[in-house]
Design a binder for this molecule. Structure first.
Ligand code: 8YV
Length: 323
């Protein structure tokens, strides 16, 4: 029998995935916490893996790709986003690359709705009050939130996740606007109103939610000018990527009340976001947990393993990342 392929896991996976990995592969000892890229490169040099599983918290840039041993045939990222990877450099080394689309769409959309509801209804402030001691009844006009039902939601990036957010928002009778590189066919648009540019859409949004990938072109696209186009009192939601946002401009807009609130799952500096953002009472923040359910993380990691096995058996990847 041929020896089992060697798999470098850069962090622990869910129990079902660990069991499968340990059965089907020789697995490098998995660290308690996420490896750094430097540690991953050392482990790769020592362990000589056929395959490596990474995630958004393990960037692989061109200089890192250059240091990978030649035995590495496939990198599987446990994420739909690929902005942490140098795709051309990986392709140039002849290393197959897969990601995990679709399986996380629902959980990410659920999280976006959680952020919309929590930001609109001041969940962070109420939780802080309850922990401090409710103490006395709130006055009828004190600490009021914003109604969600019937509001206008603008979505930038109407891909799988954006459409799943729209689907959920329809349950709250929200009016859906979207901007996207291209207009969707009617069966996907489902009555949402298309804008060719975000600039044209923003003045009409009560709530703005980002669902596009990060890239060099989209870096910092939500800046002071764009935020200024939103009506006063709008709510800003980001469960996509922190790099899409100029956080100085976001902080200014939240401080001066131009934005009523923000719901943020992603930040420019993870895992140590700008403290000024987290101190704001009108920010509801979570630590990049859009896909973090047992079911979805298991599905993502199983799909990553399926891709690894396909690559090592010379079959086409299930979900390839194309250069
Ligand atoms: C992370 C994500 O991958 O899929 C993505 O693009 O950002 C998340 O699902 C996950 O949190 C692991 O880092």
């Amino acid at each position: 029998t041929s020896p089992r392929p060697r798999l470098l896991l850069t962090q622990r996976q869910t129990p079902a995935v660990m069991a499968r990995a340990q059965k089907d592969f020789t697995v490098f000892p998995v660290p308690e916490t996420q490896m750094t890229t430097a540690r991953m490169l050392d482990a790769a040099a020592q362990f000589q893996p056929d395959a490596i599983m990474v995630s958004t918290s393990l960037p692989v840039r061109a200089a890192d790709v250059a240091r990978l041993p030649s035995c590495v045939r496939v990198i599987a990222t446990v994420s739909v986003g690929t902005d942490h990877l140098d795709i051309p450099a990986i392709a140039a080394r002849g290393i197959a690359l897969s990601n995990t689309p679709d399986v996380l769409t629902d959980c990410n959309a659920d999280l976006a709705l959680m952020l919309i509801l929590a930001a609109s209804r001041r969940a962070a402030e109420y939780l802080a009050l309850m922990k401090k001691g409710w103490g006395r009844g709130l006055a009828m006009d004190e600490m009021l939130g914003c109604r969600v039902t019937g509001k206008t939601l603008g979505i930038i990036g109407m891909g799988r996740i954006g459409r799943a957010v729209a689907q959920r928002a329809r349950g709250f009778d929200m009016k859906i606007l979207y901007s996207n590189r291209r207009r969707l066919p009617p069966d996907q648009e489902k009555g949402a109103r298309y804008f060719a540019t975000p600039e044209e859409m923003l003045p009409h949004c009560d709530i703005l939610s980002l669902h596009m990938p990060a890239s060099a072109a989209s870096d910092g696209m939500i800046d002071a000018r764009m935020l200024g186009l939103l009506p006063r009192g709008a709510i800003f939601i980001n469960a996509a990527r922190g790099a899409l946002v100029d956080e100085d401009a976001l902080i200014a807009a939240l401080r001066d009340g131009h934005l009523a609130a923000a719901g943020l799952d992603v930040f420019r500096n993870e895992p140590t976001p700008d403290a000024r953002l987290l101190e704001l009472p009108n920010v509801f923040a979570t630590p990049h947990i859009g896909s973090a359910t047992m079911e979805t993380r298991t599905d993502m990691e199983m799909l990553a393993l399926d891709n690894v096995e396909a690559a090592l058996h010379g079959r086409p990847l299930l979900t390839p990342v194309r250069a």
